[in-house]
Design a protein around this ligand. Structure first.
Ligand SMILES: Cc1ncc(C[n+]2csc(CCOP(=O)(O)OP(=O)(O)O)c2C)c(N)n1
Length: 365
């Protein structure tokens, strides 16, 4: 396992404290070391493997359904990045909030949305988690505090800061976790959010999925300084770069960050170094990446990695793996069947949720 490493801190630590404001940076000092690297037990590793496989198989089925024109619109696959969603989610409780991106199937499934609700949403059916109105990019489930994906790059960041602020104002010991990409790091919304979150000591976990590309733009063409964790640390928050292909490392780092946040030390930033094995979206011919680069990253597949580790430790054999795969296949089969049978939203409901004269009406199920 490759452990996360601490980032270089900036000179802000040595700046005199501002009068009247909590000197969060001083308190945060203890939090800047690398997270402890612990070994989860066999059961835990099996759960992590199952969760990652579930996301992978779900999306592979989506590719088939997309080719069969059952699913339409934009679809952004998470294949290759599963360790990030699964590892981070392990550190969160159901009371915490999650804000996602348009590449969000993995976040939603890891968060506990059922394959049935997500698949129905992919089909645009009324039984989908967003009532069939959102599709792939706008999965949402307030009951699980999953505040959705968004087509707007970096659009989730201010929303996440708002959720974190609201929880803190209500005195609730919750964490808001926001996933976003390296492309979002280049947006003003990231920098405004990071600044305010640090200034206001918000209970916010910023999870940057650095997969080296923002659509067809390589990180090195977009960022003058590509050490994103170091840049995030300059806002005065603990920030670590982590191997995002290693689910153990992701989980341990996320746990350490969440512990720090719950202890009141303000926002934390994780840069998860990961890679998407597929194109940006179903429409992308993917001509900007070299095959050798893709293959190199595939050799670090987080699912293969954990499978091999467990096999080497004698924790997993063929029959157990077959059982896990079968359970997942059955679940996805049931989800597809249910989505096929599910009703469309009736035409007379077309204007529901579009305009309202009262908040009550909007929140009506
Ligand atoms: C504000 C905004 N600008 C541009 C776009 C077009 N766009 C869609 S995805 C994308 C790349 C974002 O990359 P990144 O944040 O790294 O996420 P990834 O797709 O790698 O997960 C861009 C520029 C958009 N959707 N929203």
């Amino acid at each position: 396992m490759s452990a996360a490493r601490p980032t270089t801190r900036t000179g802000k630590d040595s700046a005199p404290p501002k009068p009247g404001r909590k000197t969060a940076t001083a308190e945060r000092k203890a939090d800047t070391g690398p997270p402890p690297v612990g070994r989860p037990d066999v059961r835990r590793r099996t759960d992590l493997l199952t969760a990652m496989l579930r996301i992978r198989r779900f999306e592979e089925r989506c590719v088939e359904l997309y080719s069969a024109a059952k699913i339409r619109g934009f679809v952004h696959l998470y294949i290759g990045e599963e360790a990030v969603a699964v590892g981070v989610n392990e550190a969160l409780t159901p009371e915490d909030a999650v804000v996602s991106t348009y590449r969000e199937h993995g976040h939603a499934l890891a968060r506990g949305l059922t394959a049935e609700a997500v698949m129905a949403e992919m089909y645009g059916k009324a039984t989908g988690c967003s009532g069939g109105r959102g599709g792939s990019m706008h999965l949402f489930d307030a009951s699980r505090r999953f505040y959705g994906g968004s087509a707007i790059v970096a659009g989730g960041l201010p929303l996440a800061a708002g959720l974190a602020l609201a929880d803190r104002m209500r005195g609730m010991p919750r964490v808001t976790c926001c996933f976003f990409g390296d492309g979002a790091f280049a947006e003003g919304e990231f920098h405004e959010t990071a600044n305010l979150a640090a200034l206001w000591n918000l209970p916010l976990l910023l999870v940057c999925e650095n997969n080296l590309y923002a659509m067809g733009t390589a990180l090195t063409r977009e960022h003058a300084q590509t050490d994103l964790a170091m840049r995030a640390a300059s806002y005065g928050m603990p920030a670590w770069a982590v191997d995002g292909m290693d689910v153990d490392a992701v989980e341990q780092s996320a746990r350490r960050a969440v512990e720090g946040i719950r202890a009141g030390t303000g926002p934390h930033f994780l840069e998860l170094r990961t890679y998407r094995f597929r194109a940006h979206s179903m429409y992308d011919p993917d001509r900007y990446r070299k095959k050798a680069e893709i293959e190199e990253w595939k050799s670090r597949d987080p699912i293969d990695r954990l499978t091999h580790l467990m096999r080497d430790n004698g924790e997993l054999d063929d029959s157990e793996l077959t059982r896990i795969e079968q359970r997942i296949t059955d679940e996805i089969d049931r989800a597809v069947d249910a989505a096929e049978q599910a009703p469309e939203e009736p035409v007379e409901d077309l204007l529901r949720h579009v305009t309202s004269t009262s908040a009550e009406e909007v929140s009506r199920p």
